[in-house]
Design a protein around this ligand. Structure first.
Ligand code: TYD
Ligand code: MG
Length: 483
């Protein structure tokens, strides 16, 4: 009896099993196994398996002539920044993100701009009808762009159509989950279909030299066959993020064979589509609660760009046995570490308090340099002492309570000065890096204890003389920038 071709495939990671089980051993997800017919995907007909000896090819050295990958600018600076300077010919990009975040909007804008610039740009929608895509383009004011549009889902038909005429410079497939190919039996949307369809499309891109963008939905529960399996096959993976309730959208490279992965592109979703935000600091600081306790401005670096962002902390006595620690936009173990250092070295008792921590604007911070600003926000909230409204903070905190230097001090200071800040609180050992005139007054701290004492003193003097106008006034420099 022939072995059954049916198999159970994890819809999260693509691992295959020959019987059903509740948990995938490979990725640890529960309830992600689905029955699939993977005949065509895994076994090749005997007639194709050849008996010939392998072809000989020449092996190269690492040195030698290299050409820069030919790039095509998308016409959107923020998108180009994340891809590393534009779309590379024959490369494949996967754009992931939650449904409704704005992937189709972003790619409609990008294809339209390319088409307007005279390139052949194709947009294939497997989710929406042509009329819906047209409506969106109209809303974006791009209806006149000569984009080639289709609502198709058959990979064979798509590849055949694209192979006709001049090679397209950009092909958008929205989304890869809706694509299906005749070569495998599984239902559209299953891992096997997604993987095989992606393979066929990628083969077309590599052969023709067209840049290909695949859109993929990511759901946390792993219900839709994730683009996870596709991630390994593509050249770059971009993730489009943002809080649904907020207007900001951040495009981030998770993987990039042709460029850096630490750059972010910042967009704002408006009624007229995505607007590029070339100065993110203004965005992340625009709605500051000037001078309320628990907020500190962090002078950070995203990729090559300095970004000023507000950190917010709320420290409140707990009513639970185990105090709550809730973090949005920062690493929770990093927060625990800062809290532990505050307790151990600075005598700040936080074990009886709930701690809530938030990075404003939906940004996600990965830099250790945020430690000092986070600590300042936490202590400020605990002591109810407002921090100076014209100060920025940066520096890494070590477990011993020392404040360690971080890279790119002058870029951070320049951005702060540009936005009207008057002083910076920074690690003592970086003073040398600053050079001559930093444009703002520098308040260096060697250890976290100094910072805590400073903030606590502010709180006390404020509660002593609550009406002191000097202390609570918004500094003139910041007022001008804010107004
Ligand atoms: P869409 O690009 O369809 O998201 P995705 O392809 O990632 O699922 O965008 C969906 C949301 O964007 C939708 O809720 C409406 C909003 N939107 C705007 O606010 N302004 C616009 O100009 C457009 C086109 C969409
Ligand atoms: Mg969409």
């Amino acid at each position: 009896m022939p072995k059954s071709a049916l198999s159970f495939v994890c819809q999260n990671c693509g691992a295959a099993y020959n019987r059903w089980q509740g948990k995938c051993d490979a990725c640890g997800e529960w309830n992600t196994l689905a029955e699939e017919d993977i005949t065509g995907a895994t076994t090749m007909p005997v007639s194709i398996r050849s008996k010939r000896k392998g072809r000989l090819f020449t092996l190269e050295t690492l040195t030698g002539q290299t050409q820069d990958a030919p790039r095509l600018s998308s016409g959107m600076t923020e998108l180009d920044r994340v891809t590393g300077g534009g779309f590379v010919r024959g490369s494949v990009l996967l754009v992931g993100g939650d449904p409704g975040i704005g992937k189709s909007t972003l790619l409609t804008q990008a294809t339209s701009l390319l088409a307007r610039a005279g390139h052949r740009a194709v947009y294939i929608s497997g989710e929406e009808a042509v009329a819906q895509v047209r409506l969106r383009a109209e809303r974006l004011g791009l209806a006149d762009a000569p984009v080639q549009l289709a609502a198709e889902t058959s990979v064979e038909d798509i590849v055949a159509t694209l192979s006709e005429g001049t090679v397209p410079r950009l092909v958008v497939i929205d989304s890869i989950q809706t694509m299906w190919t005749d070569t495998v039996e599984s239902a559209p949307g299953t891992v096997t279909q997604v993987r095989t369809s992606a393979q066929a499309l990628i083969r077309f891109a590599k052969k023709s030299g067209a840049a290909l963008i695949l859109v993929g939905h990511v759901t946390k529960d792993g219900q839709i066959a994730g683009p996870r399996v596709v991630e390994h096959m593509v050249d770059a993976v971009l993730s489009f993020e943002g809080e649904g309730s907020q207007q900001f959208r951040i495009l981030r490279a998770v993987k990039n064979r042709f460029g850096p992965t630490d750059e972010i592109g910042v967009f704002e979703m408006t009624g007229l589509g995505l607007r590029e935000v070339s100065n993110p600091s203004e965005l992340f600081l625009s709605e500051r609660d000037l001078g309320s306790p628990g907020t500190a401005v962090f002078a950070g670096i995203e990729g090559t760009r300095p970004v000023l962002v507000e950190l917010q902390a709320l420290v409140a006595p707990t009513s639970l046995g185990t105090p709550r620690r809730a973090v949005v936009g920062w690493d929770s173990s990093r927060l625990s570490m800062v809290l532990a250092v505050l307790e151990a070295h600075c005598g700040v008792k936080l074990s009886g308090h709930d701690v809530y921590f938030n990075v404003a604007g939906g940004l996600r911070i990965n830099e250790p340099a945020a430690d000092l600003a986070a600590a300042a926000a936490l202590v400020s909230s605990l002591t109810n002492a407002q921090l100076p409204t014209d100060a920025v903070y940066f520096g890494e905190i070590s477990l011993s309570g020392a404040v360690r230097p971080v890279a790119q001090t002058s870029a951070r200071l320049k951005e702060a000065a540009k936005l009207g800040f008057g002083r910076a609180v920074l690690p003592e050992s970086t003073r040398g890096d600053v050079g001559g005139d930093a444009g703002l007054s520098l308040n260096t701290v060697a250890g976290l204890t100094t910072l805590v004492a400073d903030i606590a003193a502010r709180g006390q003097s404020r509660s002593g003389k609550a009406t002191d106008p000097e202390k609570n006034a918004t500094p003139a420099r910041f007022r001008r920038q804010d107004g």
